[in-house]
Design a protein around this ligand. Sequence first.
Ligand SMILES: Nc1nc2nc(S)n(CCO)c2c(=O)[nH]1
Length: 159
Amino acid sequence: MRNKAYISLGSNIGNRVEYLHEAVRMLDGQEKIKLVSISSIYETDPVGYVEQDPFLNIVLEVRTSLSPLDLLHVCQSVENELGRKRVIRWGPRTIDLDILLYNHENIESEKLNIPHPRIEERAFVMIPLLEIAPTIQLPNKSMPLIESNEFLQGKEGVR
Ligand SMILES: Nc1nc2nc(S)n(CCO)c2c(=O)[nH]1
């Protein structure tokens, strides 16, 4: 399995830890996906639609022989299996899986944008990602994320 991908998982309804564990078990159970690393679980305030409960977030590193689109389909089937109902866009969800990175590829399509467009604005993504991949560098960037991201450098808002 020569492809490396990073996946962000979040849950803010019900037994959040169990939903995360079950989603990880389902991903790792796929023959074409191998779990390599899993971050700590972070409790995070909701961003986007803020009238909802806090999330638990993790980031995984996986190896896979699946194409980005097929990996997306697997993530979507895990969401459906665990009862994700898109009642309110950006609203509460039992489980949410977002593909953050796939090798060093840039993918822009209707169904899939990689790197995930909001990686650099979301501490709930960057902190667990950097925990498991401290030297990660986003495609088309000349520096590692930890150096290039203003948010992480504490410069955000300082002009
Ligand atoms: N803290 C936090 N806020 C979020 N807002 C949305 S939408 N989501 C779902 C992922 O896009 C989250 C999340 O996973 N964590």
